[in-house]
Ligand binder design. Structure first.
Ligand SMILES: NC(=O)c1ccc[n+]([C@@H]2O[C@H](COP(=O)([O-])OP(=O)(O)OC[C@H]3O[C@@H](n4cnc5c(N)ncnc54)[C@H](OP(=O)(O)O)[C@@H]3O)[C@@H](O)[C@H]2O)c1
Length: 255
């Protein structure tokens, strides 16, 4: 395998929610390893800015307005990707949302919205790329879980349920699609500075500080710190790795 172990030249990676935060950090990392990148998210201005940044690395980049919870939108995104780049070699299921409140206070619509995007949307993206990946001799799927894939939570119950589901779905797809040479793994980010978590620092400082004090590394993480593990899971280096969930968390999950 040699020097090609982490080389993604000529590969095409789709990153859902790749226009900001962890998704953009991963998209830039995959581009740095040589992959063409498709950014699939809803906000077209953010996506255009992300595509420009990725292009400066010297790879191909495409933005496709996508709602991962919408079957037709996901189908369109994959069609556009195939048109432009010929197929999907790597799918990063990163799109995610949260609604924070005590479990008893969720309206059913709030519960469903979180599950729809974080779990159902992830399933739709996996299902939609499967046939092309299998026909091309294999591929890599990287699902983004969370610390709440492992731990219970008092303030994000539907998010935790969706992220627990992501880990179990990762295992099922890994088992089912191993024969197709598709490796399916997950990254479980710790506590990372992004738009999703910014409000914790500004509006809930005691919770922010409590979390920080509990991280053995001594600080929250940054989006670009997820990229190395994503490149590993997208590259030939991980060809015999499937069905696992790797925490990238400064030690939070082992303390
Ligand atoms: N930050 C953390 O500490 C942390 C920890 C563990 C796990 N995570 C996970 O990491 C992932 C990225 O989160 P982040 O922290 O980077 O937050 P973020 O900056 O808010 O990013 C979320 C991304 O998801 C996209 N998105 C949301 N709904 C979508 C939909 N229906 N269809 C397509 N794209 C959608 C957003 O883009 P548009 O709004 O343009 O669609 C955005 O790019 C999420 O799955 C999150 O659960 C984050």
């Amino acid at each position: 395998m040699g020097s090609g172990m982490f080389d993604l030249s000529g590969k095409t990676a789709v990153v859902t929610g790749g226009n900001g935060g962890i998704g953009l950090g991963i998209a830039l990392g995959l581009a740095g390893a040589g992959a063409n990148v498709v950014v699939a998210a809803r906000d077209e201005d953010k996506t255009a800015a992300a595509v420009s940044r990725i292009e400066t690395i010297g790879v191909g980049a495409l933005g496709v307005r996508t709602d991962v919870a919408d079957e037709a939108s996901v189908a369109n995104m994959v069609e556009r990707t195939v048109e432009r780049f010929g197929g999907v070699d790597v799918l990063v299921n990163n799109a995610g949302v949260s609604v924070r409140k005590p479990p008893q206070d969720y309206a059913l619509e709030e519960w469903e919205r979180v599950i729809d995007i974080n779990l159902n949307g992830l399933f739709l993206c996996c299902r939609t790329v499967y046939a092309g990946m299998a026909a091309h001799g294999g591929g890599k799927i990287i699902n983004i879980g969370s610390m709440t894939s492992i731990f219970g939570s008092d303030w994000v119950a539907p998010y935790s349920a969706s992220k627990g589901g992501v880990v179990q779905l990762t295992k099922s797809l890994a088992v089912a699609w191993a024969k197709d040479n598709i490796q399916v793994n997950a990254i479980l980010p710790g506590w990372i500075h992004t738009d999703l978590t910014a409000v914790i620092r500004t509006d809930n400082r005691p919770r922010y500080d409590f979390i920080e004090a509990r991280i053995p590394h001594g600080r929250w993480g940054e989006p670009d710190e997820m990229a190395g593990t994503a490149v590993f899971l997208a590259a030939p280096a991980s060809d015999y790795v499937t069905g696992v969930s790797i925490p990238v968390d400064g030690g939070y999950s082992v303390f």
